[in-house]
Design a protein around this ligand. Sequence first.
Ligand code: SF4
Ligand code: SF4
Ligand code: FES
Length: 226
Amino acid sequence: MTITFEIQRRKSAQDRPYIQRITLETEDTTVAEALDIMNDGELADDPIQWECSCKQKKCGACAMLINGKPRLACDARLSEFPKGVVELAPLKKFPTVCDLVVDRSMMYDDLKTLGAWLEDEAVCNGTGIAYDASRCLQCGCCLEVCPNFYAGGEFFGAAALAPASRLISEADKTDGKRLQTAYNEHFYNGCGKSLSCKNICPAGIDTERLLVRSNAVAVWKREKRK
Ligand code: SF4
Ligand code: SF4
Ligand code: FES
């Protein structure tokens, strides 16, 4: 198949972005593999900078905008784009470092502020809300589509909802109270319930389910461990 890539590039955050067009003759493969092919071939002297680790949908590092939608490059196959054009750009809610690389440290800082850990031992039994939430890759795709999330704000978005939901459902009394307070402050109070994040998660996390369950525990003080 013939695919034309239109890739947003810049050497550093200070440079103006520009679009580089490259046409690739290839078998049906993933966007991640296509980037490797281009970097090893035509672009060997000036390779596209992008992040990856597992190339198996397990680390979240390769999240980027693919034809305007936040996705994992290792999970997007070229045959999904029958018009033969694939536009690649960095996620926009994070500062760009260069080309397709963004700085997601603020997302990890939010988890530190949230206190996303337990002081006491807890066991996740592999089912229910805690297991579902534990699949979060911290890729940031849900933040990209969230109308209420912006960098540096008090609302941390679904990337914080997932770990908070996992811990709230397993926490004991002391940790539970601390996490419920943090959940209210950094998620519940800022979430507009638009559910733009509902069908975007590459890990297939049902954010609506997490939201409903966590609200029940943290806000309405009802059910737990479901
Ligand atoms: S429900 Fe809407 S506001 Fe809340 S985290 Fe999802 S996208 Fe953001
Ligand atoms: S909830 Fe899904 S989309 Fe959001 S950071 Fe976690 S894995 Fe990514
Ligand atoms: S490289 Fe790990 S999810 Fe794509």
